[in-house]
Design a protein around this ligand. Structure first.
Ligand code: DUC
Ligand code: ZN
Ligand code: ZN
Length: 457
């Protein structure tokens, strides 16, 4: 055997038990109490949790956006992932307006294949849907990409898709078994509000949030859900942030195959951050909300109205954020997060009894593996599955601050928070990538995950 992980507590969505895990040739080959035999490496996991590696199903590495390019590429971004116990990330391959989907995927392979420490897959972020491109979808699925995101906003940045295009993709999703993701915000209303604030000289970071209030998100969420119900398509609403949107999702779940995601920052941070001298660092879309909205998101998870947590890792450094020094509309939107996802969820969610440890695994591994077509190779610890494994020390404390983290943004939105509970080891298909908190993996060793059809939960 290549590896035995001994004496840990195994955590799955449904079970918690003590057992050893045997790994050979990248796969889990045995799970049992006091596993007999020897291995090239034996890791003592006593006192720790052994969990399926996390899947961060929402990242933006090396992506051109708002006049710049995100600060983390697939080298630094997947290093962050490994430090955070993330074994697979699903990144948005942003379609250049003059390229088709297959060309877009090729561009993203060029960015990721030589650099990744962890496994990775792609969604296509659609910016220019035509009927010719719709015909290409079966070939895109053959290339291992089975999810497509459409933006209901960013008309100014050229990313916007209208309702008819979303409807068409939902129709096709039912036919072919892929997933349609939407970034849900009402574009014309928020653009009008932005313009009004700027015209009146209200250009500081707080007006980013004020120009994108809850109803802007909830209305677009409602519209996307209505289109999913009407078509019978497969819909996944990314980065949900507020109570009103959760209510829309809860109502629609009885009628359609619909899913919602939230992110650690929408669970733990509020719009007060925009008033701090570092307010620009928190400019992301949708924006941070209120304490009540944080609470609603935890309830949405606890009650399993939401299905996943992912990070929307979209890192920019301070110099990039300063592109909008005098005007919030020019600040590149986004924040880093993949390294801190499990520590924040564990410290703020599991420790504070808002979700269970088994639910944490469900939202960050099992559910995304099913929804995004990777189950049972990923998302579980069972014999025959890929040995994507994280060993997590619930007692290990770390301050979530730039000097301890690895994003090229050189700050964390959770700056000042101390997490209690950190990954110590991350194995990707049996390969040690993080070992005793040391990055030991090889750049370029991470593999593309060719995904299958969406599997309804
Ligand atoms: N929101 C962000 O904050 N960044 C990237 C794209 C997005 O939708
Ligand atoms: Zn988005
Ligand atoms: Zn995003």
């Amino acid at each position: 055997m290549d590896l035995i992980i001994k004496g840990g507590k195994i955590i799955t969505p449904t079970d918690t038990y003590k057992a050893d895990i045997g790994v050979d040739d990248g796969k889990i080959i045995a799970i049992s109490r006091d596993l007999p035999g020897s291995a090239k490496d034996v890791v003592d996991a006593s006192g720790k949790y052994v969990m399926p590696g996390a899947i961060d199903s929402h990242t933006h590495m090396d992506m051109p956006f708002m006049g710049t390019v995100t600060a983390d590429d697939f080298e630094s971004g997947t290093a962050c992932a490994a430090y955070g116990g993330v074994t697979t990330l699903l990144d948005f391959a942003m379609q250049p307006k003059d390229k088709d989907f297959l060309e877009t995927i090729k561009i993203w392979h060029g960015k990721a294949d030589p650099k990744a420490y962890t496994n990775f897959g792609f969604h296509v972020a659609v910016t220019n849907l035509t009927e010719d491109l719709v015909k290409q979808i079966p070939d895109v699925m053959k290339a291992g990409v089975s999810s497509f995101k459409l933006f209901m906003t960013y008309s100014k940045g050229g990313l916007f898709s209208d309702d008819a295009r979303i409807y068409r993709m939902l129709e096709e999703s039912k036919k072919h078994g892929f997933l349609v993701q939407v970034h849900a915000e009402n574009d014309t209303v928020l653009e009008m509000l932005k313009e009004r604030y700027v015209k009146n000289g209200n250009t500081s970071a707080e007006f980013h949030a004020k120009s994108r209030p809850n109803f802007v998100e909830a209305e677009a969420t409602h519209r996307a859900l209505a289109l999913a119900t009407a078509t019978g398509g497969n819909l996944y609403v990314v980065h949900m942030t507020c109570m009103e949107s959760i209510v829309e999702l809860a109502n629609a779940k009885d009628f359609g195959n619909v899913y919602g995601e939230t992110c650690p920052h929408y669970l733990t941070l509020t719009d007060e951050k925009y008033l701090s001298p570092q307010g620009k660092r928190f400019i992301m879309s949708p924006p941070l909300r209120s304490k009540d909205d944080n609470a609603a998101m935890w309830t949405g998870l606890g009650d399993e109205i939401l299905s996943t947590v992912a990070t929307d890792h979209c890192a920019f450094n301070d110099a990039q954020k300063d592109m909008g020094k005098d005007n919030f509309t020019k600040v590149p939107n986004g924040a880093p997060g993949t390294e801190t996802m499990l520590p924040v969820l564990f410290s703020e969610g599991v420790r504070k009894n808002k979700i269970t440890l088994n639910q944490m695994v469900k939202f960050t591994s099992y559910n995304p593996s099913k929804i995004f077509g990777m189950y049972p190779a990923k998302g579980t610890l069972s014999v025959g599955s890929d040995a994507d494994i994280v060993i997590f020390d619930p007692q290990l404390e770390m301050e979530l601050t730039a000097k301890n983290l690895h994003t090229k943004s050189k700050y964390s939105p959770f700056e000042g928070m101390t997490a209690k509970g950190m990954p110590t080891h991350t194995f990707v298909q049996g390969m040690p990538v993080l070992y005793d908190r040391e990055l030991v993996g090889k750049k370029g060793a991470g593999k593309f995950v060719a995904r299958g059809k969406h599997v309804p939960l």
